[in-house]
Design a binder for this molecule. Structure first.
Ligand code: GDR
Length: 327
């Protein structure tokens, strides 16, 4: 019988790639989607007809328990979160409720349903925050620096506590930045890929950036969701750091993206001080060796290949005037 996977955040970037992977593997995929967000299903493109949707508010504990009882999922992937980090300063409490609250309510629902459901929590490298060592691994101390990171860390520890106390099969992937042509335009990679494509086509002339010296470990979302799935197929539930292990600056990112369309980025890019973030001196870069050793997971798409994929899709999209990315 086909396994059932339940996904929160199915209409986001990772929800798309994970659904695609699970459908390929023969899973029945069910997305938990708030009733007022059903129109966002168009973001799933062709996959929208292949996944099932269960409408509920993720803040509704009873509805969640009922959904888990009814659907009897073999696996739950908790991906839902307001993921743009600067926004978390606007409403830290709402961030905490959605991030930590959803994880807690889902874990409680699994426990109450008495099922052997395997649970994946989407943790973030932001939890490491103000690191004093690079690269980071599963033993690096957490020092979150913003409300988003603090909420993710609370959810992460909740998952660990529930696993230790109740013996749940609960895992978390501490994921570094992972991008794709489906990344929303406010994140730096997509902002740059859209700009490179539109400047190439003569649609815009300048790109205003924040800190060009900020550095990140950027991977491909399609690779990273594979690690999520592998965690839930392992013998033991554990935490894994998932990233490429390669550190690049925003400057390198911009240069590589403009290279894809044969343009010299220095002619178009300016720095807008309003886009600088406070306190960005630390360098988040993964040591993914545990994932390699235990899950046989490795990223396949390089930094340059990722940017090429993104820029070419944006070029194609702008040239054809289509609203959605087909990938
Ligand atoms: P991040 O992603 O905050 O790392 O979180 P983002 O793409 O927003 O920023 C990456 C880095 O680029 C620098 N930067 C800019 N960022 C944006 N958005 N716009 C700019 O113009 C710009 N200029 C420079 C930022 O300062 C930062 O250093 C992502 C999200 O997916 C989180 O949800 C996830 O948890 C972490 O990655 C791991």
């Amino acid at each position: 019988m086909a396994k059932t996977a339940l996904i929160t955040g199915i209409t986001g970037q990772d929800g798309y790639y994970l659904s695609r992977l699970l459908l390929e593997k023969g899973y029945r995929v069910v997305g938990l989607v708030p009733p007022n967000r059903q129109n966002s299903l168009t973001k799933l493109g062709a996959l929208a007809n292949q996944v099932e949707i269960y409408a509920l508010q993720l803040t509704d504990s009873e509805a969640l328990t009922e959904a888990v009882k009814q659907l009897q999922p073999n696996e739950i992937y908790n991906l839902a979160a307001p993921s743009f980090v600067p926004d978390s300063w606007n409403d830290p409490l709402a961030t905490l409720d959605l991030v930590t609250g959803t994880a807690t309510r889902l874990l409680t629902a699994v426990r109450h349903a008495g099922l052997q459901t395997r649970f994946y929590q989407a943790s973030s490298s932001e939890m490491f925050g103000d690191v004093d060592r690079s690269p980071q691994d599963e033993n690096t101390p957490f020092r979150p620096k913003n409300p988003y990171a603090a909420a993710k860390l609370h959810a992460h520890w909740t998952m660990v506590h529930q696993r230790e106390r109740y013996g749940l099969f609960a895992c978390s992937g501490i994921l570094y930045n992972h991008e794709s042509p489906r990344r929303p335009a406010n994140f730096v990679t997509r902002k740059v890929s859209i700009a490179a494509a539109s400047i190439k086509l003569g649609l815009t002339q300048v790109l205003e950036m924040g800190n060009l010296d900020a550095k990140r470990d950027w991977g491909y979302a399609g690779d990273h969701v594979e690690a999520m799935w592998r965690m839930l197929q392992a013998d033991e539930p554990e935490e894994y750091v998932i990233g490429t292990g390669q550190l690049h600056s925003v400057r390198e990112l911009v240069a590589a993206a403009f290279d894809c369309v044969g343009l010299d980025w220095t002619r178009y890019v300016t720095v807008n001080p309003n886009l600088l973030r406070p306190d960005e001196h630390f360098h988040l870069v993964a040591d993914p060796s545990k994932a390699k050793r235990q899950l046989n997971w490795e990223p396949k798409v390089s930094f340059e290949q990722l940017l090429e994929k993104m820029v070419l899709k944006d070029l194609q999209r702008l040239q054809t005037g289509s609203q959605y990315i087909v990938e």
